[in-house]
Ligand binder design. Structure first.
Ligand code: SF4
Length: 240
């Protein structure tokens, strides 16, 4: 197959895939992201280990000043499903692992409800160091840290990314819209569908309002449908 034929075939499969999403009511929205790099360029992809090595004892932004531990992210290196949160909290900062506090326990239950185990997925954050007093990360801190997350996404190349909370959605999708406007649709960044949903901490805070939990479950079901559709396409491809 020539390079041109390969590009046409890839474009055709993306088109079919987006048409499938429309048919099952997922309303895709394409968000081009120029600095994301090309997921098809496997040779230029770094491994997770080399990304961690490059990050080193990072002091690239002011968040390093109060952190105890860099929370790089954890999970299956070739996970089909990836979660991206905002940043480490106190428990995560102490343990060096993402989503290990109460919000993490809820995320684990959400993952299990999707018929996965926590070790089947990959979990990371927009910033890798805890913002003091759990404040929102500043834009310059996000801009400094985000390239490492993007490298991780390229290394893992998941089938679906679920962003947790408004900061993660806004940073990854490069939008200033509020989460209640963003969620409910499927976005796409360099061929990877992105589904924004609520942060587990928010769901815990709003536990008495069942609507948020229901909307989050709707989002996770969309992610499951997409994973299933991508699995079917892969199996079909191998059967050909
Ligand atoms: S938040 Fe990211 S860029 Fe900032 S110091 Fe930590 S690892 Fe480095």
């Amino acid at each position: 197959m020539t390079e041109r034929e390969a590009q046409d075939s890839y474009a055709h499969s993306i088109k079919n895939y987006l048409e499938y999403m429309v048919r099952i009511g997922l309303n895709p929205v394409m968000i081009p992201e120029k600095d994301f790099g090309t997921t098809s360029d496997k040779e230029n992809r770094l491994s997770l280990e080399s990304i961690r090595t490059e990050l080193g004892d990072c002091k690239r932004c002011r968040l390093h000043e109060k952190r105890h531990t860099i929370v790089f992210g954890e999970g299956k290196p070739d996970a089909r499903l990836m979660f991206v949160g905002e940043g480490p909290g106190a428990d995560e900062d102490a343990q060096g692992r993402p989503f290990v506090g109460k919000a993490g326990q809820l995320l684990t239950r959400m993952i299990q409800a999707m018929k996965f185990q926590r070790e089947d997925v990959y979990i990371a954050n927009i910033v890798k160091c805890r913002p003091p007093a759990n404040r929102d990360p500043e834009q310059d801190e996000i801009d400094t840290c985000l390239p490492f997350l993007k490298s991780q996404i390229r290394a893992i190349e998941p089938d679906v990314i679920v962003t947790l909370g408004r900061i993660a959605a806004k940073a990854l999708l490069k939008t200033s819209d509020p989460l209640n406007v963003i969620r409910g649709r499927v976005y796409e960044v360099e061929g990877i569908p992105v589904i924004p949903t609520y942060h587990p901490s928010f769901l815990l805070r709003e536990e008495s309002d069942k609507r948020f939990k229901a909307m989050a479950w709707e989002d996770l079901q969309k992610a499951m449908a997409l994973l299933e559709s991508r699995r079917s396409r892969t199996e079909y491809h191998y059967d050909e």
